[in-house]
Design a protein around this ligand. Structure first.
Ligand code: FES
Length: 179
């Protein structure tokens, strides 16, 4: 995933701070990764490279730890986070079809983030409202009995919303350029 403007500097500074706090012992690798993730929201590959150099652990080993534990995410969280429940009830009610619909519409796989960082998609375990299966949690809001058509509706609503806010912001930008 491409970094945004200024992001490389932020990553470097945050990782420096975390390394200073934890020290450079190899056994601190997991707490270091946890701390970096809590600060950045994910584990960028640039952070893992920096940690690998500092702790003198091969980069591939740092990466393996990052991918082995479910708690770590390797992609930045999207502005909108879509969590498709894949607990037993939701799975039985077609949760996998809903996940595939999101994957197809967003052109990403679960665990990934769209290149513009608008959406991230993940599968989650039972979210505790099985009677509403299949369930999707979109930015903390529970969507019940979701169908593939509803998937289109959810994404369309965001599209309309972002167009509307673009239109509201435009006059301000233009006003700024005139000064
Ligand atoms: S299995 Fe999806 S809410 Fe319980």
């Amino acid at each position: 995933m491409d970094l945004q403007d200024g992001e490389a500097e932020v990553i470097r500074a945050e990782v420096d701070g975390v390394l200073q706090r934890h020290g450079l012992e190899r056994e601190n690798l997991i707490p270091i990764l946890q701390d970096v993730q809590s600060r950045l929201g994910y584990l960028p590959k640039e952070a893992m490279q920096q940690i690998s150099e500092a702790l003198k652990i091969p980069e591939v080993d740092v990466y393996s730890v990052g991918t082995f534990y479910n708690q770590f995410r390797l992609n930045p969280p999207g502005k909108h986070q879509i969590k498709v429940c894949m607990g037993t009830a939701c799975h039985m009610m077609g949760g996998h079809i809903i996940l595939e619909s999101f994957e197809r519409r967003l052109e990403i796989k679960e665990g990934e983030t769209t290149p513009d960082r608008e959406f991230s998609l993940e599968r989650v375990a039972c979210v505790g409202c099985c009677a509403l299966a299949p369930v999707v949690v979109v930015d903390e809001k529970v969507e019940a009995k979701v169908s593939p058509i509803r998937v289109d509706g959810i994404l369309l609503a965001f599209e309309i919303e972002s167009k509307k806010s673009g239109e509201i912001e435009k006059p301000v930008e233009e006003e700024g350029r005139m000064q």
